[in-house]
Design a protein around this ligand. Structure first.
Ligand code: PXL
Length: 273
């Protein structure tokens, strides 16, 4: 079996980060070894009063123990990181396992809708950029892509703007940039995949459900990571990830549940088996 080291926080409620990565990657038949960066009672988006236990000091001893056991990753996948020290720890983890030449997937989860997530300063983007430079695949949304490339954020963008962003992102990633939550068709959403080695891009499109759906970036990148770890190319993986994420959002949209609590991805895990 293939093996992914998933470096994210564990948020007890909200179905994002590890609580999305573990079931999704496992359902796809890939072993997911979690490296928890922090434990929170919920994610931090539009919910007050959450607990936050930082685990930064544990990360290197944790991974050194794995190194001694002889376990090696096929993929290292990082998501939401809480501090610059955590980014440094991920860089160290990548370097510790570099002999195995794992695929590196970095979701630079730090911002959305033109603003940084709660608790982040703008300097954080500079450091995440360093991490993205080590990645074979990066999966920013438009806000994150704008921050990473020093481009002005536009809420109302056109296709030229998206192509500018993706071209600038290609200077940061080693191979693929996947821009999430975008479309070249008005009223639709989806993603834009760019392969720098072949200078090729392609849009994938789905319908759009109105509302803010928390954790969906993590769900998307977890499916993408699983499929690519099994040998799928990035374009196929992005299409599968988009369809899975759309189905999960649509189920939540029609049920009308509190979207801060995450989307109903569990209903579709069978699709990944
Ligand atoms: O990737 C989303 C995410 C993950 N983890 C935590 C978050 C968020 C988004 O707000 O707050 C703790």
């Amino acid at each position: 079996m293939k093996r992914v080291f998933a470096i994210h926080d564990l948020s007890g409620i909200g179905k994002c980060s590890l609580t999305a990565a573990i079931p999704i990657i496992s359902a796809a038949g890939v072993e997911c070894n979690p490296v928890p960066t922090a434990v929170l009672s919920t994610h931090t988006g539009n919910i007050e009063g959450y607990t936050f236990r930082d685990l930064t000091d544990d990360l290197i001893p944790y991974i050194r123990h794995w190194q001694k056991t002889g376990v090696r990753p096929d993929t290292i996948y990082s998501g939401y990181l809480g501090s610059e020290r955590q980014i440094e720890a991920v860089l160290e983890i990548i370097s510790v396992f570099s002999d195995n030449n794992p695929m590196i997937v970095v979701d630079p989860a730090m911002a959305d809708f033109g603003v940084m997530y709660k608790g982040f300063e703008i300097e954080f983007a500079e450091k995440i950029r360093e991490l993205c430079k080590e990645a074979d695949v990066i999966t920013p949304n438009v806000t994150e892509a704008a921050l990473l490339t020093g481009t002005d954020y536009k809420a109302d963008y056109d296709t030229d703007y998206l192509l500018t962003l993706i071209n600038r992102l290609s200077d940061i990633t080693k191979r693929y940039a996947v821009l999430t939550g975008v479309s070249d068709i008005p009223g639709k959403t989806g993603c834009l995949v760019f392969d720098k080695s072949e200078n090729r891009h392609r849009f994938f499109t789905t319908d759009k459900c109105e509302g803010i759906y928390y954790g969906t970036g993590d769900i998307f990148t977890s499916v993408l990571t699983a499929v690519m770890t099994k040998g799928g190319d990035c374009f196929t993986a992005a299409e599968k990830a988009l369809n899975f994420t759309y189905k999960s959002i649509y189920a939540t949209f029609t049920e009308g549940t509190d979207t801060r609590l995450g989307v109903a991805f569990e209903k579709f895990l069978g699709d990944l088996i």
